[in-house]
Design a protein around this ligand. Structure first.
Ligand code: SF4
Ligand code: SF4
Length: 170
């Protein structure tokens, strides 16, 4: 008999605990977003697809076609980098930079190895396409305009380098 009443009391306590959790969430600010109208506030290090932003000070990209990113890419997603040729001589500037988004694993190795902060993983994550040919992108021709806090974060990378160089050179 005592056991019977104890079970009833335990049941009521358990019910109150469950209702307490429900009540706590009723008054909490919703965390769901009405995507795509509302966009998520992504972390600075979020890895969307690779882009080669235009540096507004140069009005050009920062790539020197050094090939380091292509060499480090674990699955050859950076398919081709072609240098600008002037007077028959190759220049330290990319004419073409072919990136295969379809095979990219978003490892960020290419970004880390780039000595000029020419590339960055963007906030673009809605990149699905029915045609895989559309996932092969010439990042030079794209002339990507980076914006928002990601742009400031990206710029801080080469501004830091400039400051370091200036300190070293006195
Ligand atoms: S993020 Fe990784 S897989 Fe994608 S292009 Fe860069 S190195 Fe290659
Ligand atoms: S993106 Fe960076 S590492 Fe890749 S070729 Fe251009 S300068 Fe070199």
């Amino acid at each position: 008999m005592i056991r019977y009443f104890l079970n009833i009391i335990k049941g009521i306590i358990s019910l109150c605990e469950g209702l307490g959790v429900t009540l706590k969430h009723v008054f909490r600010k919703p965390i769901t977003l009405q995507y795509p109208e509302q966009k998520p506030d992504l972390a600075l290090r979020f890895r969307g697809r690779l882009v080669m932003p235009l540096d507004s000070e140069k009005n050009d990209n920062r790539c020197t076609a050094c090939m380091m990113c292509a060499k480090v890419c674990p699955n050859a997603s950076i398919m081709e980098i072609e240098k600008v040729v002037e007077d028959g001589k190759p220049k330290p500037k990319a004419k073409k930079y072919i990136y295969n988004l379809g095979t990219c694993i978003f490892c960020n190795l290419c970004v880390e190895v780039c000595p000029f902060a020419a590339i960055v993983m963007s906030d673009d994550f809605a990149t699905a396409d029915y045609n895989k040919d559309n996932l092969i992108i010439d990042l030079v021709a794209e002339k990507y305009q980076i914006s928002g806090k990601k742009a400031n974060w990206w710029k801080s990378k080469f501004k830091e380098e400039i400051t370091k160089e200036q300190k070293v050179n006195g």
